[in-house]
Design a protein around this ligand. Sequence first.
Ligand code: TXA
Ligand code: MG
Length: 324
Amino acid sequence: MKTHVLIGTNIQTAKELLTAGKLVGIPTETVYGLAANALDPDAVLEIYRVKKRPHFDPMIIHLPHWDHVLKYVEEIHPKFELLAKELGPGPITFLLKRKSIIPDIVTSGSDLVAVRIPKHPMAVNLLESLDFPLAAPSANPFGYISPTCARHVEDQLGDKIPYILDGGPCEVGIESTIVGMMGNIPTIYRKGGYSIEKINDVCGKMLIHPSSSSNPKAPGMLTNHYAPNKHFILGSLDLLLQKYKGKKIGLITFNQSYPDQVNIVEKSLSKTGDLKEAARNLFSVMREMDKENIDVILAEELPEEGLGVAINDRLRRASVDIDN
Ligand code: TXA
Ligand code: MG
């Protein structure tokens, strides 16, 4: 019989389970994480098993305050120190040289560890109550869309974990921006919840890692990540609507509307054209579409500015086909 996961707001319950080496779904301001004690290799191994995640894909560790970072890393580049001071806590993750206290399994053997200080109050309270960091990838099966509310975690992992800490819907809605050094050059490795402009404003122009890289060192860069199960096509909606006439269509729009179409389920990311709202809605809209009785999901890129850059990156990765 399928046992049901408990969803609640009890930080003490989460703390006890995590201390006992169990997994807990936790809220952050970006997406929900699947958390375990980062210093316990068996607990971390269980994350890989539950997510069906390949062992070569390392995990972010989460800490309550920036003051704790030097317990786990050897050194911090001054630009990253500045970024952490100006923008942290929030949707930014730093790739830093790890100390040996971080088990190999967390970093997939790399000498770098990804470190993030989340802003969500419940995550911070939980982390403050623990004497270890939490390793936490997004709480979705590998390759699927990240969860942005407790129900999303329950939908897919509910029979595999004992508890989900419910912190409400995620405020940002897409994963953190990841920064690291490429040689001597500060580089953005994953576009995310802080826009490139925002990061460049603080510490000067950063290099952007080429997203099509096949180098597994590039985080979040596996193609066909964040993908729904249904056929998902990205292109010009006017053209795609003609091409798929007669099919049952799920249409993901930004702020435009297609009232005269038949046979379509339409969901807008932000009726007012607000990119922050669109980011917040993106993954739940993709998940809702995946449950609709439709043949194909069609979507169009948003303006390539601000959070639109990270949103477009996720849309491209979700699509099996880019069709103009
Ligand atoms: O917003 C977020 O970052 C969320 C929340 C839960 O914190 N977490 C998240 O984790 O998105 P995950 O595991 O789904 O994505 C983290 C990415 C992965 O693509 C992984 O390859 C990369 O970070 N990463 C982690 N550690 C790394 C390392 N040591 N070197 C290079 N890439 C690393
Ligand atoms: Mg993920």
